[in-house]
Design a protein around this ligand. Sequence first.
Ligand code: NAD
Ligand code: ZN
Length: 292
Amino acid sequence: MPQTEPDLFREQLARAAALMRKSRHVVAMTGAGMSVESGIPTFRGADGLWTRHGPPPMDGFKRFREDPAGWWQRRVNRQMDAHMIELRDALVRAEPHAGHHALAALERAGAVQHVITQNIDGLDLKTGLTNLIEIHGNRSRLRCVGCGQRTSLGDFVPTEPPEPCAACGDVIKFDTVMFGEPIPADTMAAAREQIDRATCVLAIGTSASVRPASGLLWIARSNGAAIIEINPAETKLTSICDVVVRARAGEALSELLELVAQEKSVTGHRPPGPGSDVRSGACAGTMNTNQS
Ligand code: NAD
Ligand code: ZN
């Protein structure tokens, strides 16, 4: 008898849960697809911001460095690209969905050890998730380009350009990493450490096309980690995945939580997973995309 879609979904989830259970250190890497169910559009894909508004220039950081005052003036006057205005308005309204809460619950249950998000929306922080690396920064923080000091804005929206950094005098930008901007060294080192420890990586809602973050997934693979993809669509990562769950993040993570929690209550412990002793490849560099 041919497998129905629900059968296939159940089977994919069961395989993902089994892999997670036998893994000693599970790291989740999330992308823009993770927050779609919170009403935040992705960049790519049929309904993506770039598909509808066209892709932005890939040298955003260079432009900022050339004229930070002009950049800030345009920002506070709302003279931004259409896709940035749409993204910002969606970010202001967004709240975590069931999938964000399930991921935090998986962390509390000891089934996920760390989350690396490419998202800048701060939604994971609203769920109580603790072990979080925001590899592309957070939209509600400012960061000094020179010394890297970060300041939280909370809900405050700057209405005038910020003063230069009190500590080093350099210019201040949003903490979010621009195209062409290096990922801050402390953040990249923390992410790389997690990837090197990972015995299993959950790649959730990412097209795996923004470097250097996406490169971490291939490093995890060559380290020997198992890779589970949760994404309704095929990506360039799919071919190296051990398990693919073709579903939206909200549904898949909620179901995965049920399965993993069930098993934990039966066994009471998680046996160690396969080792991840092989180290490979450097992953430093500026943010860019290998998607045409
Ligand atoms: P992307 O836009 O390149 O790809 C999004 C992926 O999500 C696609 O593969 C798509 O199939 C998948 N997807 C769509 N709906 C989904 C759902 N409901 N559940 C699971 N997956 C779903 O995103 P990316 O790989 O993260 O790279 C884009 C860059 O844009 C990242 O750097 C990210 O920081 C930034 N971004 C962030 C936000 C945010 O903070 N929420 C939003 C847009 C873009
Ligand atoms: Zn400074």
